[in-house]
Ligand binder design. Structure first.
Ligand SMILES: NC(=O)c1ccc[n+]([C@@H]2O[C@H](COP(=O)([O-])OP(=O)(O)OC[C@H]3O[C@@H](n4cnc5c(N)ncnc54)[C@H](OP(=O)(O)O)[C@@H]3O)[C@@H](O)[C@H]2O)c1
Length: 284
């Protein structure tokens, strides 16, 4: 019995299945990823948004994606499935600061019921390590190192930061954390170019498929750098609204395109459960 129902699937050209049978049943279909056409990892992104495009209420304790999705199980399942498919998961420091200190970016943290199915798919079928590499991007290096992601031996975490950020993390004791690596890259006004991040992840960590989990600021920069290949977007059936001067972000924050350069996407699949839609798009 599927957790979602497939309404449209334009990605049927593959002869062999990628997902083990039980995951294919839950997802109501298969899930293939291409290799990147460019000399960088293939980048897939995952967001959940309200019908009016809001991805965060920006209210203390209620700004995470689960408030937007209403903790929808199918959204959580797809999040876990994408994590299980990726070599690495990347998030910006703003997204990290808004989640519980216990949060882990593992497949089963998103959807515990499929823990063993994810493991079978990840380790036996794809021959990947138990967990994806977690990549945190921070210009300032102002991260709370007590968080579980920095203290879980089975998980490898890389912080990509600036030279000032590296100094700040050293001051906070990052060098004492066995599973954490800090890499300082060139930056312009504290902002590191997505291409440099991707180059590092490919050359030093062998990342071929990267899952981008936001937030909107980091994602906007990747989109502007033409470094996003696919977007998985859950459309949650609620409307958040925006005040005149409120800053409830959409999928992209801090970057605006003009019509001639705005990225367009083609549809790959549409799935549904109750009033939720699970959309998958590929960059044209
Ligand atoms: N609904 C969803 O699917 C979803 C998904 C993700 C996030 N969110 C929500 O979005 C909100 C966070 O939004 P956000 O835009 O602030 O998140 P963000 O992009 O995760 O974080 C922004 C921060 O990341 C660092 N950063 C981003 N780009 C950088 C670059 N190029 N170089 C160096 N550092 C960089 C900076 O950290 P420093 O300040 O340390 O320099 C920056 O302040 C949260 O409420 C979160 O829950 C929702």
């Amino acid at each position: 019995m599927g957790l979602v129902r497939t309404l449209i699937d334009c990605d049927k050209e593959y002869a062999e299945s990628a997902l083990p049978q039980k995951l294919r049943e839950l997802y109501d279909g298969d899930l293939h990823f291409r290799s990147s056409p460019a000399a960088r990892p293939f980048v897939i992104a995952n967001f959940v948004s309200t019908l009016d495009g809001v991805v965060s209420y920006e209210i203390d304790g209620k700004s995470g994606g689960s408030t937007i999705s209403g903790s929808d199980p199918a959204d959580r399942f797809i999040m876990g499935l994408l994590r299980a498919s990726a070599d690495a998961v990347i998030v910006g420091a703003g997204t990290l600061r808004d989640v519980s200190a216990k949060s882990l970016w593992t497949p089963e943290y998103a959807y515990p019921d499929a823990k063993h199915l994810y493991e079978e798919y990840r380790v036996n079928a794809q021959h990947k390590p138990e967990y994806p590499l977690l990549v945190i991007v921070s210009g300032t290096g102002r991260l709370e190192l007590e968080r579980a992601i920095f203290r879980t031996a089975a998980m490898r975490t890389v912080v990509i930061t600036t030279s000032a950020g590296r100094d700040e993390l050293a001051r906070r004791g990052a060098a004492t954390l066995d599973s954490v690596e800090v890499h300082a890259l060139n930056s312009s006004s504290g902002s590191i170019a997505p291409r440099e991040i991707l180059e590092l992840l490919q050359s030093q960590f062998g990342v071929k498929t990267l899952l981008h989990e936001g937030g909107p600021t980091l994602f906007g920069q990747f989109l502007a750098a033409e470094a996003v290949d696919e977007l998985f977007l859950t459309l949650s059936p609620q409307i958040a609204g925006r005040g005149v001067d409120a800053t409830r972000p959409a999928v992209v924050q801090g970057v605006q395109f003009v019509p001639d350069s705005a990225p367009w996407f083609q549809m790959v699949s549409v799935k549904q459960q109750a009033a939720y839609l699970y959309l998958r798009y590929r960059r044209t």
